[in-house]
Design a protein around this ligand. Sequence first.
Ligand code: 13P
Ligand code: SF4
Length: 332
Amino acid sequence: MLEDAKNNLVKNGFLNIPVEKDLNLFEEIKKLKKEKNAVILAHYYQIPAIQDIADYIGDSLGLSQQAAATDADIIMFCGVHFMAETAKMLSPNKKVLLPDLNAGCSLANSAPADIFSLFKMKYPDHVVVSYVNSSAELKTLTDICCTSSNAEHIINSIPEDKGIIFAPDRNLGAYLMKKTGRKMVLWHGVCQVHEMFSWEKIMESLKDHPGAEFIAHPECEPHVLEIADFIGSTTQLLNYVKKSPKSDFIVATEPGILYKMQKEAPGKNIYPAPPSTQCACNECPFMKMNTLEKVYLALKYELPEVTLEPHIISEGRKCIDKMLEISAKAGL
Ligand code: 13P
Ligand code: SF4
């Protein structure tokens, strides 16, 4: 009865329960974390308040590695749905919570598994490499998963005489073809956030900040990547800013990472790359659905929970295990 009542509260994808105004959410979350042996994993694109309460902040690869290794009973995943699904596949016996089940991803949504399986049938001898930004169902149709941190390495690990299907990000796929010299069949999905950057406005910004370096995530469009001084995953971009002798950077990825960059590289000037319109469309609307209140409620009621059918877990995790194995061998 109580379980039914609790589940009814998540009807719209999150717990819409009023929270006392004066409640110190930081302290309450800390208490709940300890009481329930929970770990908070957060992506760099999360709002600063969530980054401040997280036990670990990282990119998709780092978050998967943490999810696989944790001895916590509950994983509070502050990111988007495919990330929480990946955590569930890697730690099936743990309870995985997502503050808002509506936190999807345009890339993951662009490759529905039923249509992808028809596409895959056209290339029966090909190895399927899927970016981790994909649904659990798509992962069941995938041979090796990858993230932006290890994608180049994963492609290079495939024998040269093998054809490759790469899904779902066409921009990352095109970038990898250029880097590795491998021809691949691409699925044509895009990240709505990384497609928003304006080449013209980035050039103007470089004029306004003489000497600045332009760094970009490989989900950006090819003509944007063409003018980048450095291309890498979110963790690689962060490390680049920390290590570079330069002082000014224009960064083309979701601007949530600027908070961490500014913290870890104080004294450096970091500017978000401008989008093509006046809107804040280079903010990921899915990542920004998570709030401190939702994290508090999710931990308190242990809802909403991300669950997967056992066969999806056993089939879907094979490509993730393969990715982690190749990454570990390469020391990534
Ligand atoms: P990484 O975390 O691998 O850099 O990817 C960024 C991203 O778009 C996550 O959704
Ligand atoms: Fe998906 Fe793009 Fe948002 Fe990442 S930034 S979660 S790829 S929509």
